[in-house]
Design a protein around this ligand. Structure first.
Ligand SMILES: [Zn+2]
Length: 305
Protein backbone atom coordinates (compact mmCIF):
# COMPACT_ATOMS: atom_id res chain seq x y z
CA UNK A 1 0.00 0.00 0.00
CA UNK A 2 1.30 3.33 -0.98
CA UNK A 3 2.19 5.45 1.93
CA UNK A 4 0.46 8.83 1.86
CA UNK A 5 2.76 11.83 2.19
CA UNK A 6 2.31 13.34 5.54
CA UNK A 7 2.23 17.11 5.69
CA UNK A 8 5.29 18.64 7.31
CA UNK A 9 4.91 18.76 11.06
CA UNK A 10 3.56 22.10 12.08
CA UNK A 11 6.02 22.19 14.99
CA UNK A 12 8.88 22.68 12.55
CA UNK A 13 7.17 25.70 11.02
CA UNK A 14 6.69 27.23 14.46
CA UNK A 15 10.33 26.57 15.27
CA UNK A 16 11.46 28.27 12.06
CA UNK A 17 9.15 31.19 12.75
CA UNK A 18 10.54 31.52 16.27
CA UNK A 19 14.10 31.54 14.94
CA UNK A 20 13.16 34.22 12.38
CA UNK A 21 11.46 36.36 15.05
CA UNK A 22 14.46 36.10 17.40
CA UNK A 23 16.87 36.86 14.53
CA UNK A 24 14.81 39.93 13.58
CA UNK A 25 14.68 41.14 17.20
CA UNK A 26 18.45 40.72 17.60
CA UNK A 27 19.00 42.46 14.27
CA UNK A 28 16.75 45.39 15.23
CA UNK A 29 18.47 45.71 18.60
CA UNK A 30 21.93 45.62 16.96
CA UNK A 31 20.87 48.24 14.40
CA UNK A 32 19.51 50.48 17.16
CA UNK A 33 22.69 50.04 19.20
CA UNK A 34 24.88 50.78 16.16
CA UNK A 35 22.80 53.88 15.38
CA UNK A 36 23.10 55.09 18.98
CA UNK A 37 26.88 54.57 18.84
CA UNK A 38 27.08 56.45 15.55
CA UNK A 39 24.96 59.37 16.86
CA UNK A 40 27.03 59.47 20.03
CA UNK A 41 30.27 59.62 18.03
CA UNK A 42 28.84 62.35 15.76
CA UNK A 43 27.56 64.60 18.55
CA UNK A 44 29.77 63.94 21.54
CA UNK A 45 32.06 66.81 22.62
CA UNK A 46 35.55 65.64 23.51
CA UNK A 47 38.35 67.69 24.94
CA UNK A 48 41.82 66.57 23.87
CA UNK A 49 42.88 67.66 27.34
CA UNK A 50 40.44 67.65 30.28
CA UNK A 51 38.75 71.03 30.74
CA UNK A 52 37.51 72.64 33.96
CA UNK A 53 34.87 75.38 33.90
CA UNK A 54 34.14 77.51 36.97
CA UNK A 55 30.58 78.83 36.94
CA UNK A 56 29.39 81.33 39.54
CA UNK A 57 25.69 82.17 39.47
CA UNK A 58 23.26 84.74 40.81
CA UNK A 59 24.66 88.14 39.87
CA UNK A 60 21.62 90.34 40.12
CA UNK A 61 20.38 93.67 41.40
CA UNK A 62 21.08 93.75 45.15
CA UNK A 63 21.07 97.52 45.65
CA UNK A 64 17.97 97.64 47.86
CA UNK A 65 19.37 95.07 50.27
CA UNK A 66 16.39 92.68 49.95
CA UNK A 67 18.75 89.76 49.43
CA UNK A 68 21.30 90.70 52.08
CA UNK A 69 19.88 88.30 54.74
CA UNK A 70 20.62 85.39 52.35
CA UNK A 71 24.28 86.32 51.93
CA UNK A 72 24.10 88.43 48.77
CA UNK A 73 26.49 91.32 49.24
CA UNK A 74 29.03 93.10 47.01
CA UNK A 75 31.74 91.96 49.43
CA UNK A 76 30.79 88.26 49.18
CA UNK A 77 30.76 88.38 45.39
CA UNK A 78 34.20 89.99 45.40
CA UNK A 79 35.68 87.63 48.03
CA UNK A 80 34.92 84.48 46.05
CA UNK A 81 36.23 85.93 42.79
CA UNK A 82 39.36 87.20 44.55
CA UNK A 83 40.26 83.61 45.49
CA UNK A 84 39.75 82.47 41.89
CA UNK A 85 41.78 85.36 40.50
CA UNK A 86 44.60 84.73 42.99
CA UNK A 87 45.15 81.41 41.16
CA UNK A 88 45.10 83.15 37.79
CA UNK A 89 41.81 81.50 36.80
CA UNK A 90 38.81 83.05 35.07
CA UNK A 91 35.16 82.16 35.68
CA UNK A 92 31.79 82.43 33.95
CA UNK A 93 29.44 84.73 35.86
CA UNK A 94 25.72 84.01 35.52
CA UNK A 95 23.84 87.33 35.43
CA UNK A 96 20.09 87.61 36.02
CA UNK A 97 18.48 90.43 33.97
CA UNK A 98 15.31 91.01 36.11
CA UNK A 99 15.47 89.38 39.53
CA UNK A 100 11.98 88.79 40.95
CA UNK A 101 11.57 89.29 44.68
CA UNK A 102 8.85 87.00 45.98
CA UNK A 103 8.35 89.13 49.10
CA UNK A 104 7.78 92.47 47.35
CA UNK A 105 6.39 90.80 44.18
CA UNK A 106 8.51 93.11 42.06
CA UNK A 107 11.20 92.82 39.42
CA UNK A 108 14.54 94.56 39.91
CA UNK A 109 16.45 95.17 36.65
CA UNK A 110 20.17 94.46 36.82
CA UNK A 111 20.69 97.63 34.73
CA UNK A 112 19.48 99.72 37.71
CA UNK A 113 22.23 98.44 40.03
CA UNK A 114 25.07 100.61 38.76
CA UNK A 115 27.55 99.30 41.35
CA UNK A 116 26.97 95.70 40.28
CA UNK A 117 27.04 96.42 36.53
CA UNK A 118 30.23 98.52 36.81
CA UNK A 119 31.91 95.74 38.79
CA UNK A 120 30.80 93.07 36.28
CA UNK A 121 32.13 95.17 33.39
CA UNK A 122 35.45 95.41 35.21
CA UNK A 123 35.49 91.62 35.65
CA UNK A 124 34.70 91.14 31.99
CA UNK A 125 37.70 93.27 31.03
CA UNK A 126 39.84 91.03 33.27
CA UNK A 127 38.76 88.00 31.19
CA UNK A 128 35.72 86.63 33.05
CA UNK A 129 32.69 85.77 30.94
CA UNK A 130 29.23 87.23 31.53
CA UNK A 131 26.53 84.62 30.85
CA UNK A 132 22.74 84.77 31.06
CA UNK A 133 21.32 82.99 34.11
CA UNK A 134 17.58 82.83 33.37
CA UNK A 135 15.38 85.89 33.24
CA UNK A 136 13.80 86.53 36.67
CA UNK A 137 15.26 83.50 38.49
CA UNK A 138 11.80 82.82 39.85
CA UNK A 139 10.86 79.16 40.13
CA UNK A 140 7.80 79.65 42.30
CA UNK A 141 5.07 77.52 40.71
CA UNK A 142 2.27 79.90 41.76
CA UNK A 143 3.93 83.22 40.99
CA UNK A 144 6.14 82.42 38.01
CA UNK A 145 4.83 79.37 36.20
CA UNK A 146 6.38 79.16 32.71
CA UNK A 147 8.26 82.47 33.06
CA UNK A 148 11.78 81.09 32.78
CA UNK A 149 11.26 78.92 29.68
CA UNK A 150 9.25 81.55 27.79
CA UNK A 151 10.92 82.47 24.48
CA UNK A 152 10.14 86.19 24.77
CA UNK A 153 11.58 86.37 28.27
CA UNK A 154 14.82 84.62 27.39
CA UNK A 155 15.11 86.89 24.32
CA UNK A 156 14.39 90.05 26.37
CA UNK A 157 16.93 89.00 28.99
CA UNK A 158 19.59 88.39 26.35
CA UNK A 159 18.95 91.81 24.81
CA UNK A 160 19.12 93.56 28.19
CA UNK A 161 22.40 91.88 29.12
CA UNK A 162 23.87 92.56 25.68
CA UNK A 163 23.04 96.26 26.04
CA UNK A 164 25.22 96.21 29.17
CA UNK A 165 27.99 93.76 28.30
CA UNK A 166 28.01 93.09 24.54
CA UNK A 167 27.40 89.61 23.02
CA UNK A 168 26.22 87.00 25.55
CA UNK A 169 27.03 83.50 24.30
CA UNK A 170 26.22 81.21 27.22
CA UNK A 171 22.85 80.39 28.82
CA UNK A 172 22.73 78.85 32.29
CA UNK A 173 19.36 77.69 33.67
CA UNK A 174 18.28 79.21 37.01
CA UNK A 175 17.96 76.95 40.04
CA UNK A 176 19.33 73.99 38.03
CA UNK A 177 15.76 73.56 36.90
CA UNK A 178 15.60 72.42 33.33
CA UNK A 179 12.94 71.57 30.76
CA UNK A 180 12.65 70.97 27.01
CA UNK A 181 11.07 74.32 26.07
CA UNK A 182 13.81 76.20 27.87
CA UNK A 183 16.43 74.11 26.08
CA UNK A 184 14.81 74.61 22.68
CA UNK A 185 14.30 78.36 23.13
CA UNK A 186 17.85 78.98 24.34
CA UNK A 187 19.14 76.98 21.37
CA UNK A 188 17.11 78.83 18.73
CA UNK A 189 18.05 82.18 20.29
CA UNK A 190 21.58 81.44 19.16
CA UNK A 191 23.51 80.84 22.38
CA UNK A 192 26.77 78.99 21.60
CA UNK A 193 26.49 77.05 24.84
CA UNK A 194 23.61 75.92 26.99
CA UNK A 195 25.43 74.92 30.14
CA UNK A 196 24.60 72.91 33.21
CA UNK A 197 21.63 70.90 31.92
CA UNK A 198 20.51 67.38 32.74
CA UNK A 199 22.28 65.49 29.93
CA UNK A 200 24.84 62.90 31.07
CA UNK A 201 27.81 64.39 29.17
CA UNK A 202 28.63 67.28 26.84
CA UNK A 203 27.52 67.09 23.21
CA UNK A 204 26.85 69.29 20.20
CA UNK A 205 23.34 69.83 18.91
CA UNK A 206 24.23 71.38 15.55
CA UNK A 207 26.41 74.34 16.49
CA UNK A 208 25.18 74.47 20.11
CA UNK A 209 27.20 72.93 22.91
CA UNK A 210 25.05 71.35 25.62
CA UNK A 211 26.84 70.48 28.82
CA UNK A 212 26.01 68.16 31.66
CA UNK A 213 25.09 69.25 35.15
CA UNK A 214 27.83 70.73 37.26
CA UNK A 215 29.30 69.71 40.60
CA UNK A 216 27.90 72.09 43.21
CA UNK A 217 29.67 71.86 46.59
CA UNK A 218 26.58 73.07 48.48
CA UNK A 219 25.21 70.11 50.44
CA UNK A 220 22.47 71.99 52.26
CA UNK A 221 20.57 74.79 50.64
CA UNK A 222 17.18 76.38 50.88
CA UNK A 223 15.73 79.24 48.87
CA UNK A 224 15.28 82.25 51.15
CA UNK A 225 17.24 80.56 53.92
CA UNK A 226 20.37 81.60 55.68
CA UNK A 227 21.86 78.22 56.41
CA UNK A 228 24.23 76.63 53.92
CA UNK A 229 26.63 73.75 54.16
CA UNK A 230 29.35 72.67 51.77
CA UNK A 231 30.75 69.20 51.09
CA UNK A 232 34.24 68.67 52.51
CA UNK A 233 37.13 69.41 50.14
CA UNK A 234 37.85 65.73 49.44
CA UNK A 235 34.43 65.39 47.79
CA UNK A 236 35.25 68.25 45.39
CA UNK A 237 38.44 66.39 44.46
CA UNK A 238 36.57 63.08 44.05
CA UNK A 239 34.01 64.74 41.77
CA UNK A 240 36.81 66.22 39.65
CA UNK A 241 38.63 62.90 39.36
CA UNK A 242 35.46 61.05 38.39
CA UNK A 243 34.88 63.34 35.40
CA UNK A 244 36.96 62.26 32.39
CA UNK A 245 36.38 65.14 30.00
CA UNK A 246 34.72 68.39 31.09
CA UNK A 247 34.41 69.21 34.80
CA UNK A 248 32.08 72.04 35.80
CA UNK A 249 32.34 73.56 39.27
CA UNK A 250 29.26 75.61 40.11
CA UNK A 251 29.45 78.15 42.93
CA UNK A 252 27.14 80.67 44.59
CA UNK A 253 28.93 83.54 46.32
CA UNK A 254 26.26 83.86 49.02
CA UNK A 255 26.97 80.39 50.44
CA UNK A 256 30.58 81.30 51.29
CA UNK A 257 29.62 82.57 54.71
CA UNK A 258 32.63 81.41 56.72
CA UNK A 259 36.41 81.24 56.39
CA UNK A 260 36.45 77.42 56.15
CA UNK A 261 34.44 77.49 52.93
CA UNK A 262 36.73 80.06 51.33
CA UNK A 263 39.74 77.98 52.43
CA UNK A 264 38.20 74.89 50.81
CA UNK A 265 37.81 76.77 47.54
CA UNK A 266 41.40 77.94 47.83
CA UNK A 267 42.50 74.35 48.56
CA UNK A 268 40.61 72.98 45.58
CA UNK A 269 42.14 75.58 43.26
CA UNK A 270 45.59 74.67 44.64
CA UNK A 271 44.78 71.06 43.78
CA UNK A 272 43.75 72.08 40.22
CA UNK A 273 47.01 73.94 39.93
CA UNK A 274 48.98 70.87 40.99
CA UNK A 275 47.07 68.85 38.40
CA UNK A 276 48.04 71.38 35.73
CA UNK A 277 44.31 71.69 35.01
CA UNK A 278 43.06 73.67 32.01
CA UNK A 279 40.56 76.11 33.50
CA UNK A 280 38.42 77.94 30.93
CA UNK A 281 35.27 80.03 30.71
CA UNK A 282 32.31 78.39 28.94
CA UNK A 283 33.01 80.63 25.95
CA UNK A 284 36.62 79.47 25.66
CA UNK A 285 35.66 75.85 26.35
CA UNK A 286 33.19 76.11 23.46
CA UNK A 287 35.97 77.21 21.09
CA UNK A 288 38.28 74.40 22.19
CA UNK A 289 35.60 71.70 21.97
CA UNK A 290 34.33 72.98 18.60
CA UNK A 291 37.83 72.90 17.19
CA UNK A 292 38.38 69.36 18.48
CA UNK A 293 35.06 68.28 16.94
CA UNK A 294 36.00 69.82 13.60
CA UNK A 295 39.38 68.07 13.68
CA UNK A 296 37.66 64.77 14.41
CA UNK A 297 35.21 65.29 11.51
CA UNK A 298 38.02 66.15 9.11
CA UNK A 299 39.68 62.87 10.03
CA UNK A 300 36.46 61.01 9.13
CA UNK A 301 36.18 62.67 5.68
CA UNK A 302 38.60 60.99 3.23
CA UNK A 303 40.95 63.35 1.44
CA UNK A 304 40.03 63.15 -2.25
CA UNK A 305 42.96 65.13 -3.61
ZN1 LIG B 1 20.88 80.69 40.40
Amino acid sequence: MRKTTKPKPIALTWKTAAIVVVALAVGAFAAQWAHAQWTDAQTRAYAEQKITIIEIDDYWNIQDGYFAPYGYSYENYADVLDVIESHGYRATLGAVPQIFNERTRQHYPLANDSRMTAWLKEKQVQGHEIAQHGYTHCLNEQLCKGVEENYENIAKGKKELEALFGPVRTYLPPGNSWNNSQYYNAKVLGFDTVGNTHVPRPYFDGGTLITQRSFDPVSLWQWHAQKFEHYPLQEWVDAYEKEPNVFILQLHSNTFNNAQKTEDLDGFLDYLNQQNATVLTYQDAYRVLRKAKQKEKNKMIPNDR
